[in-house]
Design a protein around this ligand. Structure first.
Ligand SMILES: Nc1ncnc2c1ncn2[C@@H]1O[C@H](COP(=O)(O)OP(=O)(O)OP(=O)(O)O)[C@@H](O)[C@H]1O
Ligand SMILES: [Mg+2]
Length: 226
């Protein structure tokens, strides 16, 4: 299968001199459309660093990230921003919802950024919330929703603009294990149904069972493929 997201010899050094931290060391990785890749590894092994680089949220010290034919690491910042808005969806451990906005308004944000017309926005928001089982909760604010529901809003927001890539750094880190399993099932289902290339980091063995492939980071190096 053709890989939509590729990393080549990706390295990231933080700080300098005696305080230098080699967070990532020469990581090669390829993710296909419709594939759910889970990145595991102990705390400090470089998972967040890797996901931030893959998602265009940070720049590597050396190496490259490719999204299809486009080298993200060669782009100017404005182009990276446009690429993130058009082609990548993000799910965050702490959900990242705007507290004063309803579920529907949170999901609508990426469509506003992309200047989608209001009528189409409303329809796509409705469908996205429906797809995560929250059709009845569109008008509620985040504090009126459970953690699992908030993360389902986060998933709807990440996918409403139909990105090619989904980046999720410990998306279930704040959820109990039963809720985490439901959320991970949802991620797997939408990734497969929509052909999104997904990279998800987790500590949780239950979530790894949902993966199409698991890779392991140790001290910033890729240890094994599953
Ligand atoms: N902005 C930064 N400045 C300095 N060091 C950093 C920075 N970000 C990460 N690091 C260091 O890089 C290494 C990898 O961190 P990273 O956050 O990627 O690990 P992680 O696998 O996501 O850990 P966790 O499971 O705890 O989230 C760690 O040693 C960390 O302290
Ligand atoms: Mg992390």
């Amino acid at each position: 299968m053709r890989s939509i997201l590729r990393a080549e010899a990706l390295s990231r050094v933080f700080g300098s001199g005696a305080g230098e931290v080699h967070a990532l060391n020469g990581v090669d990785l390829a993710v296909a459309s419709g594939e759910l890749l889970v990145v595991r590894g102990p705390s400090g092994s470089g998972k967040t660093t890797l996901l931030n680089l893959l998602g265009g949220l940070d720049r590597p010290t050396s190496g490259s990230v490719w999204l299809g034919e486009a080298e993200v690491t060669a782009m100017r910042e404005r182009e990276v921003l446009a690429t993130r808005q058009r082609r990548i969806g993000y799910v965050f451990q702490s959900f990242g919802l705007v507290p004063v906005l309803s579920a529907a308004e949170n999901v609508e944000v990426p469509l506003r950024l992309r200047r989608v017309a209001p009528a189409e926005r409303a329809e796509r928001v409705r469908a996205a919330l429906e797809a995560v089982g929250l059709g009845e909760h569109a008008e509620q604010r985040p504090y009126e929703l459970s953690g699992g529901q908030q993360q389902r809003v986060g998933i709807a927001r990440a996918l409403v603009a139909e990105p090619e890539v989904l980046i999720a750094d410990e998306p279930t880190g704040q959820l109990d294990s039963a809720t985490a399993a439901v959320v991970m099932d949802l991620i797997r289902d939408v990734v497969h149904a929509r052909g999104v290339a997904a990279v998800v980091s987790t500590h949780d063995p239950i979530l790894m069972e949902r993966a199409d492939r698991v890779v392991e980071l140790h001290d910033g190096r890729l240890a094994a493929g599953g």
